[in-house]
Design a binder for this molecule. Structure first.
Ligand SMILES: Cc1ncc(COP(=O)(O)O)c(C=O)c1O
Length: 289
């Protein structure tokens, strides 16, 4: 079945969908994006994604191309037309098309909206059962990592370094030796007391929607959650570690650089948290057919 994309008001065959060569997203990475998980006709935590999208746009003074209600219709319609039960919806809004010049274009330039959707096969059970490795990399990004900007070059470079070294993810480390986050995931550890530790939401990390949901779910279970920075050294001596994202959900980390965590198997607490998150997604009511 052919894929369908939405571009500035039109649903088009994926292969025929394109944007203007002077789109500022293309020339300046002047735009933002969201990736939303779709499970059985549900956009998981869609409202939180819309909230974060609006925040990113407002920090960059880019307008919404349409109301949130209309955007929600487009997201669901794009997902529906691509006919899958498990996958993702990707949406990107750029400042629009204008003659190349650094300052913002005139106020009548309309933000450009692209939405794509695709099936994503669930992570192989053997990856979850075995856990994944991460490598550490210096965090060379800017001071506004809280904005979900399409400017992802540093993230691309560290993810590639991980790929080359056979690791799933790269944990970026700030100038003081503290882990910020992965290239496309948030980073967590569990200490000897069973406390969950993850970096607080500030400009150095993206406020991950999966992170936010897992924090709420864990607190409901009475699990102690501490939002504070942790160093790479602390992570390497942690009882358990894991990462979260819209596409990986909750994924056990069993190795950081050369250091194997615990017995090298996914920790039981991490696996329970993954289960908790999977149950949360399964309980949602269908948004579209
Ligand atoms: C830098 C970064 N951190 C964290 C995340 C995880 O965020 P979410 O749970 O919203 O997918 C992402 C997702 O793309 C990301 O790019």
């Amino acid at each position: 079945m052919s894929r369908i994309a939405y571009v500035n008001g039109r649903y088009l065959p994926h292969g025929a969908a394109s944007v203007h060569i002077e789109d500022r997203g293309y020339q300046f990475a002047d735009g933002v994006y969201e990736v939303i998980a779709v499970r059985d006709g549900v956009l998981i935590d869609g409202d939180w994604h819309m909230e974060r999208l609006q925040r990113s746009l407002s920090e960059l003074q880019i307008g919404m191309p349409m109301s949130v209600t209309a955007l929600n219709v487009v997201l669901r319609e794009t997902a529906r037309r691509n006919r899958f039960r498990e996958g993702i919806v990707y949406l990107q809004i750029s400042r629009g098309v204008a003659r190349r010049d650094h300052p913002f274009p005139s106020a009548d330039t309309r933000p450009a909206l692209v939405v794509t959707a695709r099936r994503t096969p669930p992570l192989a059970a053997k990856i979850i059962d075995a856990g994944v490795s991460v490598i550490s990399q210096p965090d060379i990004r800017w001071d506004r990592c809280d904005i979900k900007s399409i400017s992802l070059l540093p993230n691309v470079l560290v993810k590639q370094a991980a790929r080359v070294q056979g690791a799933f993810e790269a944990w970026q480390v700030d100038g003081d030796g503290f882990v910020t986050e992965g290239a496309s995931t948030n980073a967590w550890i569990i200490n000897g007391d069973g406390h969950l530790i993850t970096r607080p939401v500030e400009n150095a990390i993206l406020n991950g929607i999966t992170r936010r949901r897992l924090l709420a779910l864990a607190k409901q279970q009475g699990i102690t959650v501490v939002e504070r920075p942790f160093s790479l050294a602390e992570a390497k001596s942690a009882r358990e570690a894991f990462l979260t994202s819209t596409t990986a959900f909750v994924l056990p980390v069993v190795r950081i650089d050369e250091t194997v965590l615990g017995n090298g198997r996914p920790g039981s607490r991490t696996l329970s948290l993954r289960q908790l998150y999977m149950e949360f997604m399964a309980e949602k009511e269908t948004d579209f057919d």
